[in-house]
Design a protein around this ligand. Sequence first.
Ligand SMILES: C[S@@+](CC[C@H](N)C(=O)[O-])C[C@H]1O[C@@H](n2cnc3c(N)ncnc32)[C@H](O)[C@@H]1O
Length: 206
Amino acid sequence: MPDNTDWDGFASRYDRIVRLFDRAYPEVRRRLARDLDGAEHVLEIAAGTGQFTFDLADVANEVVATDYSREMVEHIRARVSERGVQNVRADQQSAYELGFDDRSFDGVFCANGLHVMERPETALAEMRRVLVPDGVLIVPTFLHGAGRFERGLSRTLSVFSSFVAHTRFSLDQLGSLVEEAGFDVTSAEELPGLFPIGHVVARRTS
Ligand SMILES: C[S@@+](CC[C@H](N)C(=O)[O-])C[C@H]1O[C@@H](n2cnc3c(N)ncnc32)[C@H](O)[C@@H]1O
């Protein structure tokens, strides 16, 4: 797979920058522990530097953390060995073409990935393919289209950075996209932050 040089260049600065936007992260962590507790095989997509990877590893038997940026994946691998964590593997993978068999995970987690992807519907189709029927999908996503303030802020930030948002989702748009991809949405909440996070939990329809 070709390296994604844009996100590669961002990897070393990512953790510092994300602090501006991470107010809702503790709530995301609380919810993933609730919804994935006891899961066997969890796939993380667009894992970045691993902000949530080790929270997933605390509750699931096995975690495969993926991202299409080679440097992001290297970051996670370094953290895995620093921490001596045994149940996490990091793999360079595009969300549009996952190298996993159908129905091979009982949980899929993708935080703050769908809004930066050009084809979020393709990524959701892949997430559905690799999930077992009734498997859990969790997609906490920054809502750059939550309201006028967020849309304005998103447009302003996009002048300075190319990584802001490809889709400026509202919570309703995010929930509808997940449903159209073949999931039953079990909860959809807006968690407050500079950009609120749309916290959508869903199950794969059979
Ligand atoms: C905003 S960061 C989110 C990282 C992490 N999940 C978090 O919440 O901190 C978005 C990540 O999505 C990855 N990404 C973007 N498009 C992708 C794609 N098509 N396939 C896989 N990863 C992608 C980028 O490399 C980047 O690491």
